[in-house]
Design a protein around this ligand. Structure first.
Ligand SMILES: NC(=O)C1=CN([C@@H]2O[C@H](COP(=O)(O)OP(=O)(O)OC[C@H]3O[C@@H](n4cnc5c(N)ncnc54)[C@H](OP(=O)(O)O)[C@@H]3O)[C@@H](O)[C@H]2O)C=CC1
Ligand SMILES: O=C(O)[C@@H]1CCC=N1
Length: 266
């Protein structure tokens, strides 16, 4: 079985590890997890993951090394692992705003580097992951594609769109979650208990997403089927638009994309 090392087992690193095991394509004992505060990985150790605070030892024998470290911490980690890297290992960075060129500048120009931008739904095999590279060959990209396809959908994009992918997909999951919370808060105001309102909002959002996935229809064509003439749906939608709903969403995504590009401090 292929060995994967995840350096930086925080929110996204652990979500990836859990998703890989849940997919049944990987076993916990083929995944090494690192972080400095090793006590925080006690539960994962009990689940069978190999855990370590030594990044150099942890990457030995790994086919793929995932850097799931904050952009502000990644240079130090790369300097640390550089002497222990082997030529055929694929380095996958999920750090936002850190380019392939930045990574090769520290790890060496011959290092095989692929950037990946997953989201936290990776823990349940439902990530939307964008990947990009400027030097990996087709086979190496295919290895990374297969890894992330076991935990969701994958799109290969040009590297110059990675910060946009960060905003739309990685941050995006938070935007949709906030919209579900807002819907449930509205539900409470119109008469439901919080628990029921949240359940209704979640299933309605899931139905909307599945409708688009399964029919390939444009959202507006599905909206047209809901909006009866002179009805309450168009009244609600237009009230939301008068208050800037689409505009706020678009502005938020643009602002996140701008921020995502500036997180790496040389
Ligand atoms: N959260 C998300 O949804 C997504 C995040 N990303 C990107 O993933 C990266 C990580 O983000 P996120 O998971 O949210 O951040 P977290 O802070 O949750 O995780 C970072 C982890 O790195 C560990 N770490 C720090 N220094 C070292 C080191 N020297 N050696 C080993 N481990 C170390 C930290 O643990 P300790 O302090 O114990 O060392 C921490 O657990 C970021 O670059 C972010 O841009 C990308 C897509 C989605
Ligand atoms: O908020 C962040 O900076 C990270 C990157 C994408 C999702 N979380």
């Amino acid at each position: 079985m292929r060995k994967v090392t995840i350096i930086g087992s925080g929110n996204i690193g652990l979500a990836l590890a859990k998703g890989l095991v849940k997919s049944d394509e990987y076993q916990a004992n083929n995944i090494t997890l690192t972080r400095r505060v090793l006590q925080s990985l006690q539960e994962e150790k009990e689940l069978g993951f190999d855990v370590s605070a030594n990044n150099q030892e942890a990457i030995q024998g790994a086919e793929v090394i995932v850097l799931a470290i904050l952009p502000q911490q990644i240079r130090k980690v790369m300097e640390e692992i550089r002497p222990a890297l082997s030529p055929h290992q694929i380095v996958v960075s999920v750090a936002s705003g850190v380019s392939c060129a930045h990574i090769k500048e520290v790890l060496g120009l011959d290092t095989i580097v692929v950037r990946a931008m997953p989201n936290t739904a990776i823990a349940i095999g439902q990530s939307m992951t964008c990947i990009a590279t400027d030097n990996a060959n087709t086979e190496e990209v295919a290895v990374v594609e297969r890894l992330f396809e076991t935990v969701g959908s994958v799109v290969v994009i040009n590297e110059d769109l990675m910060t946009s992918a960060t905003a739309l997909c990685a941050c995006g999951i938070a935007f949709f979650l906030r919209s579900i919370r807002a819907a449930s808060q509205g539900g409470v105001e119109i008469g439901f208990h919080a628990h029921d309102a949240l359940k209704m909002a979640i299933q309605t959002a899931k139905g909307a997403a599945d409708l688009l996935l399964q029919t390939n229809n444009h959202p507006e064509s599905e909206i047209d089927k809901v909006t009866s003439p002179k009805g309450c749906t168009i009244a609600g939608l237009n009230e939301m638009e008068h208050n800037g709903f689409s505009s706020a969403f678009i502005k938020g995504i643009k602002f996140s994309a701008k921020q995502a590009g500036g997180l790496y401090n040389d």
